[in-house]
Design a protein around this ligand. Structure first.
Ligand SMILES: Cc1ncc(COP(=O)(O)O)c(C=O)c1O
Length: 305
């Protein structure tokens, strides 16, 4: 008689393994058709209702590692509206980790906004600290991080990059033509670094959502991945006033894009990146026949209506 082997699959394995690929969708704006530039969007925003976009990619190998190390508690950092905080809280709840979020700003509390409320409802403990204390991560880790897996701010580290690389592997199976350009929003750098590290031939276009110098972004990315021999272009003119800032023009663009394509964007990252992509097409940055893939990194939990 055949006895089926008793394979024990953990909650953490199951979470990642049961996932379907996110779709790759063509974006057919009249401008793109007119300029003969093929633009696709990798809909990682659809991966999961709460652990979506680049969070899904960045958390995967980190949480598998936490489990391997036998650590049942995740500690991480973020600002008041952090998508990363919301995603870690939801992932922890789904996979059975305790979670602690160390939040920048001691004037805040769990009901301050919907991101913190959501995290707290998922069972995340929130530790609010002053901006000065927040800068000293080592001290916070020694105070709050005992027996815990520490996820850096934004979840950006080498294991995060490995997860982001999988998005590109998927895209390559979904698209039968070579990808000339890969576009991503920049915040803490892990997503850009993951694409840079995985991309052999495509040029990576990085759109900063922060008001920051190009050379600082290069230094930052260089800490994750050697940049020599990498095809990279960094755009720092699409921040619309800085991190978390928005303008009427940006909101108008997002509304218009959503109506024409049905792809939702938000104001902090993906709206600014997509504005940049459309602007570059308009300015003739791409050649007719070019294939451009934009990574939808999620963030819709924080979307301001
Ligand atoms: C929705 C969204 N897109 C893009 C980014 C930028 O990614 P990274 O921090 O890896 O540069 C973030 C921040 O992590 C984000 O929340």
């Amino acid at each position: 008689m055949y006895i089926k082997p008793n394979v024990i699959v953990s909650r953490v394995d199951r979470f990642w393994e049961n996932a379907a690929q996110s779709p790759l969708q063509i974006v057919q704006l009249p401008l793109f058709i007119e300029r003969e530039v093929s633009v696709y969007i990798k809909r990682d925003d659809l991966l999961h209702p709460f652990v979506s976009g680049n969070k899904w990619r960045k958390l995967k190998y980190n949480l598998l590692e936490a489990e391997k190390l036998g650590l049942k508690r995740l500690v991480t950092f973020g600002g008041a509206y952090s998508n990363h905080i919301a995603a870690v809280a939801a992932a922890g709840q789904a996979m059975g980790f305790e979670t602690l979020g160390i939040i920048r700003g001691d004037e805040l509390y769990a009901d301050s906004n919907q991101t913190l409320q959501f995290a707290s409802h998922c069972g995340m403990k929130l530790q609010f600290v002053t901006r000065a204390a927040y800068r000293n991560k080592e001290s916070l880790i020694s105070q709050f991080g005992e027996n815990s897996y520490i996820l850096p701010e934004g979840g950006s580290n080498q294991l995060a990059m490995k997860g982001v690389g999988e998005a590109l592997e998927e895209i390559q199976t979904q698209l039968s033509v070579p990808i000339d350009y890969l576009c991503t929003a920049f915040g803490t750098g892990g997503t850009s670094a993951g694409l840079l590290s995985a991309a052999a031939l495509s040029k990576v276009l990085v759109f900063s959502s922060l008001k920051i110098k190009k050379s600082d972004i290069e230094t930052h990315l260089g800490a994750f991945v050697p940049l020599q021999d990498k095809k990279l272009d960094i755009f720092t003119d699409y921040h619309f006033g800085g991190y978390g800032k928005e303008t009427e023009e940006l909101n108008q663009f997002i509304d218009d894009f959503e109506k024409k394509t049905t792809v939702p964007l938000e104001q902090v990252y993906t709206g600014k990146m997509m504005y940049g992509v459309v602007d570059l097409v308009q300015k003739g940055y791409f050649n007719p026949g070019d294939v451009v893939v934009v990574l939808h990194s999620g963030g819709l939990q924080g979307k301001r209506k």
